[in-house]
Design a protein around this ligand. Structure first.
Ligand code: ATP
Length: 330
């Protein structure tokens, strides 16, 4: 039995989490779930974007499925708070092509592993007399655990090349440490090939020859930018899942936001949320069920008949999710 905290959030969040949950019920995996509020509506009702009970429920759960939240200006971000509170240090973004999708490439399968807790997003940003400054924090501890995580992912998913991405020619100290730690960790995994590249070169290679990549591991800001570039390569926001993983907790969420422009219309593409559920199943070691679900999603996309308007179809979120459910055993 896996205990899941479900945080639907705002906008299309509840629509895609509801759809995903419906599909998950068709699998042979024992899931128990509790709902918890967060986001803008939660703020209006309870005066906080992320109640303590929500954090505690996520902490006690085996995993959290997170829809999307609308930002409330001046209030803390629910997702950033969860990442911090649960020490979800690894952000994982598979960049994978699926058939039937209008995208730049149809043959991509690589993984971006982004450090989630420090770098330029350490939260240390100050006004100065001249303007402002932000502090880029790179620790050996966080670099080591993200590199170790990347090697574990490579082993788990049978990748045999890991690319460390940095800018150590300019950021000599911070990225110097990141690069050194990467090669220290690499020594323990002699059978996996390694390389390191500058982030600007990687930004170009991701456009010109993305097939060369298998696992990319990088610091927070570079990972943030490269993973959106990756999303753009395989069909955009409605398609891309993500995982935030720590030693004790894990949270799975679509890359897209709450999409207020299409909320309540019932037309949000559920694929990113469904693929996030695939990542959750893989995290639990439920590889067979993860394959069944991913196969069903792939078939629905390939046929292209029952898909949402952003994919060129005319179906609703529910209809597309139902089609995935029907395909699970067909
Ligand atoms: P937020 O502030 O919550 O991030 P946003 O509108 O800035 O919201 P997204 O929610 O990611 O950012 O939406 C960006 C665009 O992508 C919007 O036009 C939205 O309709 C579209 N979009 C996002 N998610 C989906 C989805 N699941 N299905 C279809 N279109 C989507």
């Amino acid at each position: 039995m896996h205990k899941i905290a479900v945080i639907p959030g705002d906008g299309v969040g509840p629509e895609v989490t509801g759809a995903a949950w419906n599909v998950l019920e068709a699998l042979e995996v024992d899931l128990d779930y509790d709902y918890a509020p967060a986001g803008e509506q939660c703020f209006q009702e309870r005066g906080t974007t992320i109640p303590t009970e929500t954090i505690e429920l996520a902490r006690k759960a085996d995993a959290t499925l997170f829809g999307a939240v609308t930002t409330v200006p001046g209030q803390k971000s629910a997702i950033i708070t969860l990442r911090k509170e649960l020490d979800l240090y690894a952000n994982l973004r598979p960049i994978k092509s699926y058939p039937g999708i209008d995208s730049f490439y149809s043959d991509l399968n690589f993984l971006i592993v982004r450090e989630n807790t420090e770098g330029l997003y350490s939260g240390m940003e100050y006004y100065t007399e001249e303007g402002a400054q932000a502090i880029r924090v790179i620790t050996r501890k966080a670099s080591r655990r993200i590199c170790e995580f990347a090697f574990k992912q490579a082993i788990k998913f049978d990748f045999n090349l890991i690319t460390a991405v940095h800018k150590a020619n300019v950021l000599k100290k911070t990225d110097g440490i990141f690069k050194d730690v990467f090669y220290e960790v690499a020594q323990q995994h002699g059978h996996i090939k390694t390389e390191d590249l500058y982030v600007d070169a990687v930004a170009m290679f991701m456009v010109t020859q993305p097939q060369r990549f298998q696992v990319i591991v990088t610091t927070n800001l570079f990972g943030d930018i490269l993973s959106d570039e990756g999303a753009g390569l395989v069909g955009g926001l409605g398609m891309v899942p993500s995982a935030n993983i720590g030693d004790e907790n894990a949270l799975f969420e679509p890359v897209h936001g709450s999409a207020p422009d299409i909320a309540s219309k019932g037309i949000a593409n559920p694929t990113a949320m469904l693929l996030s559920s695939v990542l959750m199943l893989q995290h639990f070691g439920e590889d067979f069920e993860a394959c069944r679900l991913e196969g069903a999603i792939r078939n629905v996309l390939k046929e292209g008949k029952v898909v949402t308007p952003d994919l060129g179809g005319q179906s609703s979120t529910r209809e597309m999710a139902r089609e995935v459910k029907n395909k699970i055993d067909s």
